[in-house]
Design a binder for this molecule. Structure first.
Ligand SMILES: NC(=O)c1ccc[n+]([C@@H]2O[C@H](COP(=O)([O-])OP(=O)(O)OC[C@H]3O[C@@H](n4cnc5c(N)ncnc54)[C@H](OP(=O)(O)O)[C@@H]3O)[C@@H](O)[C@H]2O)c1
Length: 160
């Protein structure tokens, strides 16, 4: 069981998200360099087990989720993960751990494009290709929540 250092949190993992970057990292040879297993996995949701010195954001028992250390090694497929406190957010009570662990990478990809870069505003028209895909289904919801008029493309089997 890893020990949280300065400004770090130990998370008991309830769910880990699986993304294409996991197998791409495995295939890249990075594991040889990283050594320790489980080497891959970033998207994670769980409960704070312990906090290191300097952590004021969280306490043991808090439910958190995030994508710690990306693209450096986090090992989120493990039972316990150490993460910088600022790489985690509180899990909304309305989300299960499984749902929360599915969000970070795909949702941040959509958020960074639509909010940080495009700064989508109410009434703007947003075209989202692959609107039923991993990133796309989150992009649709973020753009709608920003008040945009959203047009999505998808192959016929995903139109509903
Ligand atoms: N998932 C992540 O966290 C993440 C992070 C960073 C970057 N990305 C990148 O974001 C893109 C989407 O990723 P994703 O995870 O959402 O993938 P995904 O869930 O596999 O969805 C991809 C969808 O793209 C559509 N598509 C495939 N070929 C197409 C083409 N030639 N023209 C138009 N649409 C096409 C298909 O949907 P239809 O069958 O409906 O056409 C396919 O299901 C990829 O380029 C990925 O590398 C993803």
């Amino acid at each position: 069981r890893p020990v949280p250092g300065l400004n770090e949190v130990l998370v008991r993992v309830h769910a880990a998200g699986v993304n294409p970057v996991d197998w791409k990292t495995r295939a890249s040879g990075a594991l040889v360099e990283w050594g320790a297993v489980p080497a891959v996995g970033w998207d994670v949701s769980g409960t704070v087990e312990a906090v290191g010195p300097g952590v004021g954001l969280f306490r043991p028992g808090d439910e958190v989720f995030g994508m710690p250390l990306f693209p450096r090694q986090a090992g989120a497929y493990a039972e316990f993960v150490v993460a910088p406190a600022r790489h985690l957010a509180r899990k909304p009570a309305g989300l299960t751990h499984t749902e929360a662990a599915a969000l970070p990478l795909a949702a941040l990809t959509a958020w960074q494009a639509l909010v940080d870069t495009a700064n989508v505003r109410p009434g703007e028209r947003v075209l989202i290709h692959a609107a039923a895909g991993g990133v796309g289904h989150l992009a649709v919801q973020i753009a709608k929540a920003r008040g945009a008029y959203v047009i999505g493309t998808a192959s016929a089997g995903k139109h509903d």
